[in-house]
Design a protein. Structure first.
Length: 327
């Protein structure tokens, strides 16, 4: 007989994390623990208000299906029983972790993916005034890959130029978080190309991104809020060149594996991203990030503290997770 429990936790952010939709000073996560035969599996998710999720509702959803999990529901059954989202992600990842510990086989073998190797992750600079972002870039100039949060205003090019001045050797990704207007995409992309930007994430609101079809952007475009699960992949072709895969959007590792395979079949590049969360949320994402074109799994680096047995980072080099943490 399995036992499942769920709780919310708050983890302070080092300073504040700011994007175009607002700021926060702590990461509120939901963790699921599933116990069976003296073995424990864990999963973590971040309810995302952009999709109407709240901590209260996610916990309630997990409790509703809890009896089915206790009765032995499989991961495949879980995909059919729950909509994708944060709640399913936490349960799905806990089930993967539980199976790995019950069988003694690591998740990478169970999932049929490559054994995790160290990964170079992006490091995120929060949205701020250009001068502040220049200083933040200088402090992070030794990191090879920086991700900039932009705001959609007239200062975006100034922000990127300031970051480029502060970190002249870094590869830059910019994330508009749906903050631009359709008429601004090409002019902004042309300016960003001059600044050596390698990727633009989600320039337009997801409901308006059909305006991107056929645009010859000099900087590749990456779907984030427009990309969720497996059935939406076909539509992305012709709009974007990359897709950002996040476990809270796909509803867990199980569907994320399928999304990555689908993206590659369609010649879409893959970025593996995260919410601001602890190493328990990063660990399963590290398994799908093997072979990704861009990795953005810096959540624990943005926190004031992390979990015991947290993922080790050497600068921006992310080490494989320890079994004591997950998988």
């Amino acid at each position: 007989m399995r036992e499942i429990s769920v709780e919310s936790e708050r983890w302070p952010i080092a300073g504040a994390f700011t994007i175009s939709r607002g700021s926060k000073t702590e990461a509120e996560v939901v963790t699921v623990t599933i116990r069976e035969d003296g073995v424990t599996g864990r999963g973590e998710c971040v309810p995302y208000g952009r999709y109407g999720e709240t901590v209260k509702d996610v916990i309630a959803s997990i409790k509703v299906i809890g009896q089915s999990i206790s009765d032995g529901m499989t991961r495949d059954e879980l995909q059919r029983a729950m909509h994708r989202g944060a709640a399913r992600n936490a349960i799905d990842c806990a089930l993967w972790d539980l199976e790995a510990k019950l069988t003694g086989e690591p998740v990478w073998k169970l999932a049929g993916v490559a054994e995790p190797q160290p990964l170079t992750t992006a490091y995120t600079l929060s949205l701020a005034a250009p001068d502040a972002m220049r200083e933040a870039a200088r402090a992070a100039a030794s990191r090879p890959l920086l991700k900039l949060k932009l705001g959609g205003g007239g200062d975006d090019i100034d922000r990127v130029a300031a970051v480029r001045e502060g970190a002249p050797g870094a590869t830059l990704i910019v994330d508009a978080n749906e903050g631009w207007k359709a008429d601004d995409v090409l002019p902004l992309a042309r300016e960003l190309a001059k600044l050596g930007v390698a990727l633009i994430e989600q320039p337009l609101p997801a409901k308006e991104d059909e305006a991107l079809r056929g645009i010859d952007s000099p900087v590749p475009l990456c779907a984030d809020e427009s990309a969720h699960g497996i059935e939406g992949m076909i539509r992305l072709v012709g709009l974007y060149q990359y897709v950002n895969v996040k476990l809270d959007k796909t509803g867990g590792l199980t569907e994320a594996l399928s999304v990555v395979r689908s993206a590659k079949r369609r010649k879409l590049g893959v970025m593996v991203g995260c919410m601001v969360a602890t190493s328990l949320a990063m660990a399963p994402a590290a398994f799908i990030a093997q072979g990704a074109d861009f990795v953005d799994l810096d959540g624990p680096l943005l926190l004031a503290k992390d979990r015991p047995h947290g993922i080790a980072y050497e600068g921006s080099l992310m080490m494989p997770p320890e079994k004591a943490l997950w998988g």
